[in-house]
Design a protein around this ligand. Structure first.
Ligand code: KG4
Ligand code: ZN
Length: 353
């Protein structure tokens, strides 16, 4: 079975062909970095127009890469939310049009389910597994019980981790997109212990007792404000690269610490609730590309005797292979969607959360 996957929910136009034996025949991602750079962030209207301009060509290129034509497809899957509605509409309508013209099943994929199921494309992770989803728009702890069946145990009460990376990077004068740039400059920090002492940063919600639904939630807006305060206290004029490297290091360690502390609690609850034979922690989403965060989570998993899975970097950030794969998993369960399926700007994985 071969599926065309389409992803247009943010600033990446992506098309991929994946088959049910987990072969990725094509996986093309066209980043709109240049289009948005001057604005220091994603401009929804520009993103939607760029998707319109590039999507057809990209789908054709993916078909060429995979050396197939439309007759070889078994279904079409497209991200139908959550995300920037203009962009989502572009990919969804293209997917529906191809499916309608070829009389193929159409699968409306939740972008978050794409991230959530990626480790089943790259590794043979069995349900249930614990999932830390850390991207530009989301920071959630979930249990993936099955395809289409997720329990959300925690979420951010304000900014997402990736958003906090991006906004903090901007405050420090780093170019867009901030997350990877911040990671890069943090490598230049020469004295890590001194950096942490020099720039103390808050860990919001970390000391809350484990008694209510908030116990696995996150909050990152206070961290962003603390970053702004530190930057404002630095000598005026051009910020010194050395200072920024120290601050970036302190920031990264703080985020890694917050994420691991929450995951520690979640692992204990997961094992108690599900008593899984092979407990697994999956880390997915763009921020999962960060090596400090990956290393901290790997260390925690080792201590807790739980296996971690993090997709390779190019499948951590937004791509269409994950959408095609989610389409395959859904189709195998017998799920497909009507052509009047409506794009959803908000679409929680756990509708009861
Ligand atoms: O999953 P993703 O590609 O898109 C969303 O669905 O949001 O995640 C993008 C986010 C951005 O905030 C970006 O700055 C962050 O992931 N990111 C990183 C790194 N690479 C991407 N954050 C920290 N370190 C990185 N290396
Ligand atoms: Zn994403």
């Amino acid at each position: 079975m071969k599926i065309l996957g389409i992803e247009t929910s943010c600033d990446e136009t992506a098309a991929a062909i994946v088959s049910d034996d987990k072969t990725i025949h094509a996986n093309l991602v066209l980043s709109q970095l240049k289009e948005h750079k001057a604005f220091g962030g994603v401009v929804p209207e520009i993103a939607a127009r760029a998707h319109i301009n590039h999507l057809d060509t990209l789908i054709r290129a993916a078909m060429d890469d995979a050396n197939i034509n439309f007759n070889d497809l078994d279904a079409v899957a497209a991200t139908c939310g959550p995300g920037l509605i203009g962009g989502v509409m572009v990919g969804m309508m293209a997917g529906k049009a191809i499916a309608a013209a070829r009389n193929l099943p159409f699968i409306a994929v939740n972008h978050l389910e794409g991230h959530a199921l990626t480790p089943r494309l790259t590794d043979n992770v069995e349900f249930p597994y614990l999932l830390l989803l850390v991207s530009g728009g989301h920071t959630q702890i979930l249990v993936a019980e099955d395809v289409g069946c997720y329990k959300r145990w925690g979420t951010t009460l304000d900014d997402a981790a990736g958003e906090c990376f991006d906004k903090s990077a901007k405050i420090m004068g780093l170019p867009y997109p901030g997350g990877p740039e911040l990671e890069k400059i943090a490598l230049e920090c020469e004295n890590t212990e001194k950096a942490i002492k020099r720039f103390p940063l808050p860990r919001p919600l970390m000391n809350k007792p484990e008694k209510d639904h908030e116990n696995l939630n996150f909050s990152f807006s206070g961290l962003k404000t603390a970053m702004r305060n530190h930057v404002e206290k630095l000598p005026s004029g051009d910020l010194q690269r050395k200072d920024i490297a120290d601050l970036a290091y302190a920031f990264q360690i703080t985020v890694a610490d917050v994420l691991t502390k929450r995951c520690h609690r979640a692992i204990q609850r997961f094992i108690k609730t599900y008593n899984p034979t092979n407990p697994s922690l999956v880390v997915s989403g763009g921020v999962a590309a960060n090596k400090t965060i990956r290393n901290a989570l790997n260390k925690l998993a080792e201590e807790q005797n739980i296996t971690t899975y993090a997709p390779p970097l190019h499948l951590c950030s937004d791509n269409a292979a994950m959408i095609a794969w989610a389409g395959i998993e859904r189709l195998q369960k017998g799920y497909s969607d009507p052509f009047d399926f409506k794009a959803k700007p908000r679409w929680p994985l756990d509708p009861t959360a």
